[in-house]
Design a binder for this molecule. Structure first.
Ligand SMILES: CC(C)(COP(=O)(O)OP(=O)(O)OC[C@H]1O[C@@H](n2cnc3c(N)ncnc32)[C@H](O)[C@@H]1OP(=O)(O)O)[C@@H](O)C(=O)NCCC(=O)NCCS
Length: 164
């Protein structure tokens, strides 16, 4: 049985260990990390998953960003412990937190990941006019937004700590 909970400061060490296991040591050098280090996550959207032994087995967070004047969220990292992968934990974490996003405050959610996974929760490949401030495979740059917003998005993604 999986339960989801808002992330607390006391979870920091367990989350850090989970991310190291899930992504390996190169993780913190990625382009998306450069956007996170200038900011902090939206606390109301940071969640962890516990198993029935109370072990931390999943984590998700969102970071405030802008594309031009549009305010949005950078999703990630999302990680699920290898021992419980493919049991729906990642999709549960995403769906529960995406449902909390107020589109009037954050009009899009962006991430770097595999379309085959994230299209299950409404992500599509970003318009070509959307860029990250560093190298990224355009086929893995994904956005979730209302159609009218999606089509208007352009520019280089930048951190927006003032939106926290
Ligand atoms: C990717 C990750 C978060 C998925 O979490 P999860 O709890 O295992 O996934 P879920 O149980 O919610 O979904 C499982 C389904 O997604 C598919 N899936 C998982 N990762 C996928 C990927 N990268 N690309 C395509 N499909 C993927 C599985 O094959 C499975 O498909 P099925 O339902 O047809 O059997 C998890 O595997 C993980 O932490 N991986 C390492 C870190 C990582 O890569 N994070 C994402 C960065 S983009």
């Amino acid at each position: 049985m999986i339960s989801l909970h808002p992330t607390q400061p006391s979870h920091a060490d367990d989350i850090s260990a989970l991310l190291d296991r899930a992504f390996g040591p190169g993780f913190r050098a990625r382009t998306a990390e450069r956007l996170r280090e200038a900011s902090r996550p939206i606390s109301a959207l940071s969640y962890i998953a516990h198993d029935d032994q109370d072990a931390l087995i999943g984590s998700i967070s969102y970071w405030p960003v802008r594309l031009g004047r549009a305010a949005g969220l950078l999703l990630g990292p999302l990680a699920v412990d290898a021992t419980v992968q493919s049991k729906g934990v990642g999709l549960q974490l995403m769906q529960a937190t995406l449902d909390l996003v107020d589109p009037a405050r954050f009009s899009f959610v962006i991430l770097v990941g595999d379309l085959d996974y994230y299209d299950r929760v409404g992500f599509g490949v970003a318009p070509a006019s959307v860029r990250l401030p560093g190298p990224v495979d355009p086929a893995r740059l994904l956005i979730r937004a209302e159609k009218a917003v999606f089509e208007q998005l352009s520019g280089t993604l930048r951190p927006a700590p003032e939106l926290c």
